[in-house]
Design a protein around this ligand. Structure first.
Ligand code: UDP
Ligand code: MG
Length: 312
């Protein structure tokens, strides 16, 4: 290519053989129209299908394509991290492989970047083709996590964004292993601005985020940026303890001063089951934090690269 590229596009891919060719074509069209040198960094996150082979064929004919192959499936966030660490460009786009986020708004993002913004993030004003439950849980989650943290986490925003070199360097230097990228990018500050867009349906294939993975992502997001849940647990504990203490006084009063036999089975069962339930939740919650401390202490890499294809 000769000239050092200005723009990188980081595309995490996991079992995306149905869409990846279309993704490559659409991205290439958008990037060529910009008339500036660019590179596409596909990160194959241990796909079990033909994704890696298909991308390798792009590398053979197109010197702007790079492919990072992981040794196994490490996850969406590690895949994005690998792309961000690989890129040396002035501005870095992050986009999913499934074309739910339109690359056609890159020029609009670039305009904002040239105006001096360091992060231009896509804000979804509508989500097409996703189930009511997914939309609702997403909406509730974004608002919930925002209410828990003190940093300015934008609502209805995924990973789709442009980030400046400076932001990329800063985020890359953060040592934590639980990488909730959108949170980290908000956390580092700089000048950030949204551009609104309509989130499309997946072009093809199925979601790689079953509810189990979404839940882990949600917990990562919350535990990385807030320990308010622990404070809430403490408050809960105090309230329940006070209530229990008052109730014990009431029971003792009956025992000593009234001769009525207390029929307490239902209330005892209710109290035990309720407090036990709450105790388990609080223990689990504490465990979530401890587990994450453990992961950080182990200090293993977030991902392992098997090979990089298409490097100059
Ligand atoms: N992805 C990944 N590793 C995973 C799961 C997902 O690299 O373990 C990629 C996937 O290929 C896609 C992006 O992350 O490019 C978002 O996944 P998906 O579109 O399935 O999530 P959804 O949009 O349904 O939340
Ligand atoms: Mg998607």
């Amino acid at each position: 290519m000769g000239k050092q590229p200005i723009y990188s596009v980081v595309i995490p891919c996991y079992n995306e053989q149905e869409v990846i060719t279309e993704t490559y074509n659409r991205l290439t069209k958008v990037m060529k129209d910009l008339n500036e040198p660019y590179e596409l960094i596909f990160v194959n996150d241990g796909s079990k299908d033909d994704t890696a082979n298909i991308i390798s064929t792009f590398c053979e004919t197109d010197s702007s394509v790079k492919l990072i192959n992981f040794t196994r499936n490490f996850g969406h966030m590690p895949a994005i991290s690998a792309g961000m660490e690989k890129s040396k460009c002035q501005a870095i786009f992050i986009i999913d492989a499934d074309l739910q986020d339109p690359p056609e708004i890159f020029p609009e993002m670039i305009e904002k970047w040239k105006e001096g913004y360091h992060v231009v993030y896509g804000k979804r004003i509508e989500r097409k083709g996703e189930s009511f439950v997914k939309k609702l849980t997403a909406k509730v989650f974004y608002r919930f996590i925002r209410s828990l943290t003190s940093i300015d986490l934008p609502l209805d925003t995924g990973e789709f964004r442009l980030i400046d070199r400076k932001v990329c360097d800063t985020v890359n230097k953060l040592p934590e292993k639980n990488r909730y990228i959108r949170g980290l990018v908000s956390w580092v500050g700089f000048k950030q601005i949204p551009v609104e867009y309509v989130r499309d349906e997946r072009f093809a294939g199925v979601t790689k985020y079953p509810y189990r993975k979404l839940l882990i992502l949600a917990m990562d997001g919350i535990t990385s940026f807030s320990y308010k849940p622990l404070k809430i647990a403490t408050t809960f504990g105090i309230i329940i303890s006070i209530a229990s203490f008052l109730y014990i006084l009431y029971v003792l009063y009956h025992y000593f001063f009234n001769d009525i036999a207390i029929q307490g089975w239902v209330s005892i069962m209710a109290a035990i089951l309720l407090t036990q339930g709450i105790m388990f939740i609080i223990q689990g919650l504490t465990g979530e934090y401890i587990g994450r401390i453990y992961t950080e202490l182990q200090n293993r890499p977030t991902y392992i690269i098997q090979e990089i294809v298409g490097e100059d």
